[in-house]
Design a protein around this ligand. Structure first.
Ligand code: NOJ
Length: 765
């Protein structure tokens, strides 16, 4: 047997251990293997042959970290309750592949030392965490960041998050979340990129690249995990965890592409979703996890269950007991079990009984060992573990500056009547009103294991820093988030009357979106709506600054205010980023990644819906057409909408030809002008509609977008090119196809704006 002895000194010191490790047997082994190979390197293959069945099951068992009650156990349903010393012992016995949502480099160091010193085979642990939108530096929630329509920004924030996370010993993030979310009642839309397939794909790929970089062995990079596979966002009624029953075509047209984009960008792990899919829970769905993922898409990484996803097969009514749940999930292709402990408990006996072939066990372990190898862990198990480095890489000025930039580039301006915005820095008395006007709460947003509101800048601080005279700003809460505040409205009305302008900071609290936070009504909570009505009645102009984790159906005085900004949850630099937009340091440049419907009852509302046989013609609502009583089948503010401080005009469209040859390309050119007096950035969007196809197609689909900067008075030509491959859809045979015929196109400022329009024919082969 090979000698896996590691010097004691190496094991006791963080960075020193790394140095000593460089001389270790694993290091020599790692040098002999090819990074690109999908086949396990010889020496790891030999290691696999030396493993007992229990040790193999251990490599497929991931648990919430027990160190000081690791965060996961408070963020998720109760874990297995092991103490840290018990967890260390499990690690020594080879019964753990790693832990998640632990607490920093010191914890990781102690655990890795236990394994490298005391376990039989010394297979390094992997440390995972939910680093969803930043770590200690918190960036805007992913939905907000998607509003930037800047995948490059998402890449940069993911990279920054990876730099902080990896300094804290983390090898693997449970991100990006790439679920398309079209029902605003569902709370987890906040973790993704919204309703659109193209934007979802671009953001998924960018985030994977940011997390993983070009070289996974780099100690500043972490393994990405595309989640939740699949169609988790299509839960019936927008109820989290609920049943999903959709066609294979919708899966392939809408829900799968962001996963494919994430895998194409190099993501090497995938998380199975909690939901069932047409009767078969995703965790035990061999069509999803094996046929599609591995066979069709040639995925080489591993699949991890979601938190107790295998155990939940029993509650789903799919497995009768823990043993059967283990067998069903594992045989379907779920390689690693998170948090239930089922695999370590049941796989050995299932293999002994011949119910799970050893070949399947080896396949899953190979996948896991391969990823640990790609992360460089066999080369240096301590490469991301260094408490000194951890302290120096957290919340650096550059990280915070990036958080501020990402924050302001995520804010969407829905409305700005009479150019109320931007506000001057002097000469106006400002009443800052609302439950989010001040205080370090509800800033970093849902899904933060490590970042805290206590470290974040609130709105009042940001506004005061932006004005010349702080005494021009008053702050009044007016209402609690979900309940009236005694005397609150009276105080708010008095403050509004005494001011020249009101900034009304209202909306949703952190815990109104995120996991398990579905809402039956996607409106501003009643007490805040009452506050808005009372403040509006004073006649002082109001700027609504919304805080939200989803699309909202705006009503009454909120909807009718002259100016509305959507600010999501902006993270560490919330207050400064908001002030940058409020006072015009930068023009708003973000666009809605989700449509804001008129009313909750429209949910799920998304712009890329089908026409139906009875679309309402443009104009007033018509009897016996597809619309709700009193509401059109459209959005108050559709996907893609957002204004700037410029005055943007879509002037002229030139379509090179009215025919796109089957193997050719079609050039489109639009002239966009800024007739305003301020610089602005416009997101120019190209939509198509396939007028008649063997499968009905959405009324519009985004095919490309460009964010362009325009100085005052500047005009620019924006070029797009379409080829046949942009017109693909999933045909009757479930394959991607395209059919000749008429296509309409729009180059427009939103999915429902007229913009500039035209058409062309795709010519037959
Ligand atoms: C459950 C969530 O669905 C998933 O997104 C997360 O990564 C795990 N818990 C681990 O915390």
């Amino acid at each position: 047997m090979q000698d896996f002895t590691v010097s004691r000194r190496a094991l006791m010191m963080g960075a020193a251990a790394t140095t000593a490790w460089l001389a270790s047997p694993w290091r020599a082994m790692a040098q002999t293997v090819s990074q690109a190979s999908a086949v396990l390197p010889d020496r790891l293959e030999r290691l696999l042959q030396m493993m007992t069945t229990e040790e193999k099951a251990g490599q497929l068992t991931l648990m919430a970290a027990a160190w000081s009650g690791g965060a996961a156990t408070t963020l998720n349903p109760a874990g297995n309750g092991a103490s840290f010393s018990e967890q260390l012992e499990q690690a020594r016995q080879g019964r753990l592949t790693g832990v998640f949502n632990g607490n920093g480099a010191e914890m990781a160091r102690q655990m890795q030392i236990a394994v490298m010193r005391d376990s039989r085979l010394k297979i390094p642990l992997i440390f995972a965490a939910d680093v969803i939108h930043g770590m200690r530096t918190v960036f805007p929630v992913p939905l907000g960041e998607a509003a930037s329509f800047e995948p490059e920004l998402a890449r940069r924030t993911a990279r920054a998050a990876a730099i902080e996370a990896s300094a804290a010993g983390i090898d693997w993030t449970f991100a990006p979340m790439v679920d398309i979310a079209r029902d605003a009642r569902w709370g987890r839309g906040v973790e993704g990129s919204g309703e659109d397939v193209l934007l979802g794909c671009d953001m998924a790929a960018a985030r994977v690249k940011g997390f993983q970089g070009a070289d996974l062995t780099d100690q500043r990079h972490v393994l990405a995990c595309a989640k939740h596979f699949a169609a988790y966002g299509a839960a019936e009624g927008g109820l989290d965890y609920n049943t999903v029953d959709i066609s294979e075509r919708s899966l392939r047209d809408v829900y799968f592409p962001p996963f494919e984009a994430a895998l194409d960008a190099g993501a090497l792990s995938v998380m199975a979703s909690f939901n069932e899919l047409s009767g078969v829970p995703a965790t035990a769905n061999s069509w999803l996890l094996d046929d599609v993922l591995h066979k069709e898409w040639q995925f080489n990484g591993f699949v991890v269950s979601d938190y107790t996803g295998d155990e939940e097969l029993i509650a789903h009514g799919f497995a009768s007991d823990a043993r059967e749940a283990t067998k069903l999930a594992f045989m379907a292709g779920c390689d690693m079990s998170m948090q239930s402990g089922y695999y370590i408990a049941h796989l050995p006996s299932l293999v002994a009984a011949g119910e799970v072939p050893m070949a399947r066990l080896d396949e899953a372990v190979r996948r896991v060992l391969m990823i640990k190898h790609k992360l460089g862990l066999f080369d240096d198990p301590f490469r991301r573990i260094d408490p000194k480095r951890e302290a120096s890489r957290i919340r650096t000025p550059a990280m915070l500056e990036l958080a501020r930039e990402a924050g302001r580039r995520s804010i969407v301006m829905l409305k700005n009547d009479g150019d109320l915005l931007p506000l001057p820095r002097t000469g106006k008395k400002i009443a800052l009103i609302g439950p989010f006007a001040s205080g370090q709460h509800d800033l970093v947003g849902p899904w933060n294991v490590y970042g805290t509101d206590a470290d974040a800048v609130d709105l009042a601080t940001g506004v005061r820093a932006a004005v010349k005279d702080e005494s021009a700003v008053t702050v009044t809460l007016g209402s609690d988030i979900d309940a009236p505040l005694p005397g609150g409205i009276e105080a708010a009305v008095a403050a509004a009357k005494a001011a020249d302008v009101v900034i009304l900071a209202i909306g949703e609290s952190t815990n109104m979106s995120g996991e398990a936070q579905s809402r039956t009504s996607i409106t501003v909570p009643e007490s805040q709506q009452a506050l808005a009505e009372a403040v509006a009645a004073t006649g002082t102009p109001i700027i609504i600054l919304l805080k939200n984790g989803r699309a909202l159906a705006l009503q009454g005085a909120v909807r009718d205010a002259p100016a509305i900004l959507v600010s999501w949850f902006l993270g560490s630099e919330s207050g400064h980023a908001s002030a940058d937009i409020l006072f015009g340091a930068e023009s708003p440049s973000a666009r809605l990644p989700v449509s804001f419907p008129y009313a909750t009852g429209q949910a799920p509302y998304y712009y890329a819906h089908k026409s139906t046989g009875r679309p309402n013609p443009d104009g007033p609502l018509t009897e016996y057409k597809a619309h709700y009583r009193k509401y059109p089948n459209s959005a108050l503010y559709p996907f893609g909408h957002g204004l700037t401080y410029g005055d943007i005009d879509y002037v002229d469209l030139h379509i090179e030809s009215d025919r796109l040859p089957w193997d050719g390309a079609l050039n489109l050119r639009a002239t966009i002008s800024n007739r305003g007096a301020r610089a602005a950035e416009e997101v120019v969007q190209l939509y198509i509609h396939d007028a008649a196809a063997s499968i009905t197609q959405p009324v519009r689909e985004l095919k490309a977008y460009r964010k362009i900067a325009l100085k005052p008075g500047e005009s620019r030509d924006v070029l797009f090119q379409l080829t046949r491959s942009d017109l693909l859809f999933i045909g009757q045979d479930m394959q991607r196809t395209v059919e000749p015929g008429l296509f309409r196109i729009w180059i427009a400022p939103s999915a429902e704006a007229d913009g500039l329009s035209g058409s062309f024919m795709l010519m037959p082969q």
